[in-house]
Design a protein around this ligand. Structure first.
Ligand code: GDP
Length: 327
């Protein structure tokens, strides 16, 4: 059986990827940091086939040990400080984990290597936040980067060091430049899930208002379950390369809010939504829209879930879990 090692196993993408690789017959190892990490309980309950392995992206020896122990064919580096707003307050931590963590993982891959006829294949979770103050629209694999947050800067370092290690040491290392991808497993701090969860709670009378920041920015939102398949496809190619993974459509936060409230049968969303400067960012990414042509042509990948279906899926999920709480 092929073996996959995943960092960020307790996050949204780690969970979707584990689920997908399980259907492909993989043995799956998930790196878990810290003592008694409470998020691991969810993974243990929902994904009993994932074997937890201790390790931390801040600690190179722990990464080497984890790879020696698990001898993976594929390494997926999804672990990061992933919330843009937090990265402004914890910039150094973000640089260390989201940026330098990639370098450490690449070093561990180089050191452990894998069998000579079957070297470890490496996937890096790059991000559309690297485009930031966008230089062209839509954004492709060749669009220059102009990050707008410590998170974006750290991701640019991670992306560039993957290219450098590929070119310097002939590693099979790929980066997926993933645009925003969401779903019912998205953390409540991200705007999509914050909105769908609040809509559900307002509908059920559990919450009176939804407080947001900038409603004008635009994102290319896809479904996380679709996007993890693109990660895997990249590692099945003959040559390592980088790919934009996106839907090619963009929508504003206001459109998201309108659609989510409408999905719950509420048409006058303005009654419930208030803006607060504390949710605005020191520098904003105004518009993201990706061109996924290369992924479509070379990987045969395309998104299956469109924006209205994504919002509907998330609102329905949140209505289900929130109403279960009051029963
Ligand atoms: P990001 O694209 O990785 O930063 O994903 P987010 O879901 O955190 O934010 C997407 C966009 O929503 C950004 O332009 C935010 O400024 C905007 N936004 C507006 N109000 C909020 C809010 O209350 N929370 C978050 N997370 N984002 C908000």
């Amino acid at each position: 059986m092929p073996r996959a090692f995943i960092t960020g196993i307790t996050g949204q993408d780690g969970q979707h990827l584990a689920e997908f690789l399980h259907t492909q017959g993989y043995d799956i190892y998930g790196m878990v940091k810290g003592q008694n990490n409470p998020r691991m309980t969810v993974v243990r309950e929902e994904f009993p086939y994932v074997e937890p392995v201790p390790g931390d992206l801040a600690d190179l020896p722990s990464l080497v040990k984890a790879l020696e122990q698990t001898q993976p064919d594929e390494v997926y580096n999804l672990g990061a400080i992933s919330f843009v707003a937090l990265s402004f307050n914890q910039a150094e931590l973000t640089a260390n984990i989201t940026g330098l963590g990639v370098l450490r993982m690449l070093e561990a891959v180089r050191m452990v290597g894998g069998a000579t006829n079957n070297p470890i294949r490496f996937y890096q979770a790059s991000s559309s936040e690297m485009f930031g103050k966008v230089r062209e629209t839509p954004q492709t694999e060749r669009t220059p980067f102009h990050p707008r947050s410590p998170y974006g800067c750290a991701k640019v370092f991670g992306h560039d060091i993957v290219v450098n290690y590929r070119e310097s040491y002939d590693l099979f290392a790929c980066s997926g430049i993933l645009f925003n991808h969401e779903g019912p497993r998205r953390g409540l701090e991200f705007v999509t899930r914050k909105v769908t969860n609040a809509v559900a709670r307002i509908k059920l009378g559990l919450q009176q208002e939804l407080v947001l920041g900038n409603l004008d920015s635009k994102r290319d939102w896809g479904y996380a379950g679709d996007y993890v398949k693109a990660m895997w496809l990249m590692l099945q190619q003959d040559q390592p390369d980088d790919y934009v993974v996106a839907t090619g459509e963009t929508h504003s936060i206001e459109e998201l809010v309108t659609l989510a409230f409408a999905e719950a049968g509420i048409d006058d969303w303005q009654r419930y939504v208030r803006q607060d400067p504390k949710f605005f960012r020191p520098a904003e990414v105004d518009l993201l829209i990706g061109d996924p042509s290369k992924a479509r042509e070379k990987l045969g990948w395309k998104p299956e879930v469109d924006f209205p279906s994504l919002v509907k899926m998330m609102v329905e999920h949140d209505l289900r879990i929130e109403s279960a709480k009051i029963r």
